[in-house]
Design a protein around this ligand. Sequence first.
Ligand code: SAM
Length: 263
Amino acid sequence: MAAATAGDLDFAQFVNKLRSRTGIDLLQYKEDQMRRRLATFRDRRGYRTFCELYEGMVRDAELYEEFLDRMTINVSEFYRNARRWEVLAQKIVPELTATRGKLRCWSAACSTGDEPYTLSIVLSGLLRRHEYEVLATDIDKGALERAREGVYGAASVREVPKPILDRHFKARGDTYAVSEEIKRSVAFKQHNLLADPYENGFDLIVCRNVLIYFTDEAKDSVFRSFSKSLSQGGYLFIGGTEQVFQPDRYGLETADAFFYRKT
Ligand SMILES: C[S@@+](CC[C@H](N)C(=O)[O-])C[C@H]1O[C@@H](n2cnc3c(N)ncnc32)[C@H](O)[C@@H]1O
């Protein structure tokens, strides 16, 4: 094993201090990627060490918000991997509604809202408003603020089919605002998947493109928690580059590509 350098020690101290103060545990993210990204941020902001950056963040709430923005990667878009949303609409939702009443859905790590709004738009085409609810959570307050505003650039809506764009968005200059009706159907809340308790009784959990940043141990614990949060027969919908290895370990079975059913 290579000897720890002063840089390693500095980063380890930063990780410990941050965890004690904020509950955010960087050790649960893949280290190389995270450390590289944060080193670029530290250098750009003119700090020589991670510990100096930490002191800066304690003094300056704006710097801390910027750090959170850098640490979390907020890239998202409506109908990301469009074919998967078709599977959700044509197969998963009809199966769920055949056996239960109101659908309780959770979009976890929802970023700027593109995903939970897509979910609500899909559900609104199949169900009446009182037949479903969508909770949307993320660790990043800034992303949640943007989600609540619900205004997007053209790139975010490029996969949205034209009739849906016309029906559920209002074009304002070169931006698109989600309709009030869709906005009202989603409740946003801050939640750290690696530290906070999970609610129970969900029929569908959508969690896409965040697990790739987590260590295997962190993923394992998140899958266990998701499984407990799902009602029997409920579904977990994950991202296009993600996979649950040996889903039966978590009481899940593969239902379709990127969909797992709680057994
Ligand atoms: C790449 S975005 C994915 C957005 C959306 N799910 C999608 O697939 O388009 C990753 C999101 O995960 C969030 N995130 C990172 N760590 C998290 C954690 N520990 N708990 C909750 N959300 C987290 C980030 O803030 C970011 O908004």
